[in-house]
Design a binder for this molecule. Structure first.
Ligand SMILES: Cc1cc2nc3c(=O)[nH]c(=O)nc-3n(C[C@H](O)[C@H](O)[C@H](O)COP(=O)(O)O)c2cc1C
Length: 194
């Protein structure tokens, strides 16, 4: 378990659950995620699931019918299952999805938590394209798992290092055009849960 999974609010019944695909302490994706949570309308309950590193490697032998889930897996399933919508913000590694994030999704494959759950995929990169391979793969995987990928809420963010910053310990989107575009993306996700 990699520490807390809370972002100032309880996870159970969270309207918007956010997951970063990067485990890096100074992650630009995690900074972007925190900045995005700062854009949600007042009254929207949010939480960050940040326990990807504490999940066991997915093994179907540990997930047979009648078995109880490992506690970190049960917590992940409860967090997703009680969320009104889920926002994933992730880097791309070697033209793919970071392994720890894919591992979490694998644990969710057989459950009911994903079915028709609204998801947004935001991929971000310091390079000139915003992780298009990981972006497409995540959307394909989520759709295959019967999640509802909200197309209008998905974004590829290029040159992320020029668009986000940590100011006084708080993640902010410093690029105005990016901030407004991402605000629109969030609105599309949250509206889809109404
Ligand atoms: C193992 C590894 C593979 C990477 N592969 C890609 C890639 O395929 N595409 C890309 O845009 N960036 C790639 N990068 C660069 C990441 O986008 C960059 O390190 C980014 O800052 C990681 O996100 P983070 O700041 O949220 O941790 C890679 C980085 C690492 C460490």
């Amino acid at each position: 378990m990699s520490g807390t999974r809370l972002s100032g609010t309880r996870l159970s019944g969270t309207r918007l659950l956010a997951v970063s695909g990067s485990l890096r302490a100074a992650s630009s994706n995690s900074t972007l995620l925190r900045a995005l949570l700062g854009l949600v309308p007042p009254g929207t309950t949010t939480a960050v699931y940040d326990a990807l590193a504490g999940l066991p490697h997915f093994n179907p032998d540990m997930d047979r019918e009648g078995m109880s889930s490992p506690p970190p897996v049960a917590e992940l399933r409860a967090a997703v299952g009680s969320a009104g919508a889920v926002l994933i913000v992730s880097p791309e590694y070697a033209h793919g999805v970071p392994g720890s994030l894919k591992n979490a999704l694998d644990w969710l494959v057989s459950g009911a938590e994903m079915i028709d759950r609204p998801f947004a995929v935001v991929t971000a990169s310091p390079l000139q394209v915003g992780g298009p391979y990981a972006h497409a793969q995540l959307r394909e995987t989520l759709s295959t798992m019967s999640a509802r990928v909200v197309a209008d809420a998905c974004r590829e963010v290029a040159f992320v290092g020029n668009k986000v910053a940590v100011l006084d310990g708080v993640g902010v989107i410093t690029d105005e055009a990016a901030r407004e575009d991402l605000r629109n993306a969030l609105t599309a996700l949250l509206t889809s849960t109404d």
